[in-house]
Design a protein around this ligand. Sequence first.
Ligand SMILES: NC(=O)c1ccc[n+]([C@@H]2O[C@H](COP(=O)([O-])OP(=O)(O)OC[C@H]3O[C@@H](n4cnc5c(N)ncnc54)[C@H](O)[C@@H]3O)[C@@H](O)[C@H]2O)c1
Length: 357
Amino acid sequence: MPIKVGVVGAGIFGVNHLNAFRQLSYLGVAELGAVAEINDERAKWVEANYGCPVYRDYNEMFADKSIDAVTVVTPDHLHRPITVAAAEAGKHVLVEKPLDVTVEGCRAMVDAAKKANVLLQVDFHKRYDPEHMAMERRVAAGELGKVLYGSVCMEDRIEVPSEWLTAWAPSSSPAWFLGTHFYDLVRWIIKSNAKTVYAKGHKGLLRDEYNVDTWDAINATVEFENGAVFTFATSWILPKSFEAIVNQEIRLVGVKGVWEIDTQYRGSRSCMVDEGMRTWNNNFTRESVDKQGRTIYKGYGIESIEDFAYNVQAIKNGVTIESLQGTYPSGEDGLEVTKIGVAVHESVKTGSVIELM
Ligand SMILES: NC(=O)c1ccc[n+]([C@@H]2O[C@H](COP(=O)([O-])OP(=O)(O)OC[C@H]3O[C@@H](n4cnc5c(N)ncnc54)[C@H](O)[C@@H]3O)[C@@H](O)[C@H]2O)c1
């Protein structure tokens, strides 16, 4: 029996969720049962393209007993009430990153899921990138020895905050929107939580020239409990002429080796008259056609969402949530990442080194 999923928020990234569940219906794994979307135009677009009921009020969707699971793809600062309501309605929940932008919000979400005995998963899809999976496996096997330090960058082109997400970019930041991906990834790879954080932020370009009052860039140095120190460079002001919408990389150094991954330029690039120079991250999402001629998507940007559906299906078939622990990014992982995000913003504001509790 396919599980039935409802998606809350069908904006730019919500489309990946809709596609993931639509294509899982071809395999009998999941079914896109309904969508909740407050924006009329988007709601009509979903109805026309995905043929499922679209609610304006997510609570009405949660009242549908046939829906087993829900994904939350609304702006970062709106995840909490939706997730708590979904858990209280007995739905398993996948939440887009970051879980919430407050530590108490994350705790409320984790508690609500525990109380209702439902799965709470966070869409930290960097863990599903095959390059990162290989790194994690070999670091965990001790092949790099004790990890001493590393660095990460994740940067978006300026149209992301200035054209795509203008409505809520002031409630977010490069650290929330981008940094949280890599805070989670590094924690997962080195198996350690953050201990102290020092960060510096820059404001000006987006606020003064684009009228979007948010940080241009945030650079953070994080010391982990196991002694490793990582720097996280994040910004969303790369020029529109940059060759990809996102630039990203990770490197780490251990006592027995060094590993570097350029996850933006993966060796595939093009230059066309109308487009200029472009690079392609086909590991993220790539469109293809199945044997029946239906459009399907593959890649870690879809597989992390599909993983949630497989988890829910397993739970429905009798597998316990406890036994799945460690195989997916959990609410507790989301909480640890948000602790880092909160400390980063506090350090930016105060100029102090922040100790994590
Ligand atoms: N995993 C990734 O790589 C990735 C990439 C982009 C965005 N995201 C995350 O996905 C989330 C959404 O980002 P986006 O880029 O799609 O933003 P968006 O602004 O394009 O879409 C958000 C949608 O949520 C809808 N919405 C808001 N409140 C709602 C409510 N109460 N009920 C129903 N719908 C509601 C809006 O109308 C909008 O259509 C964010 O948390 C973001 O950080 C993740």
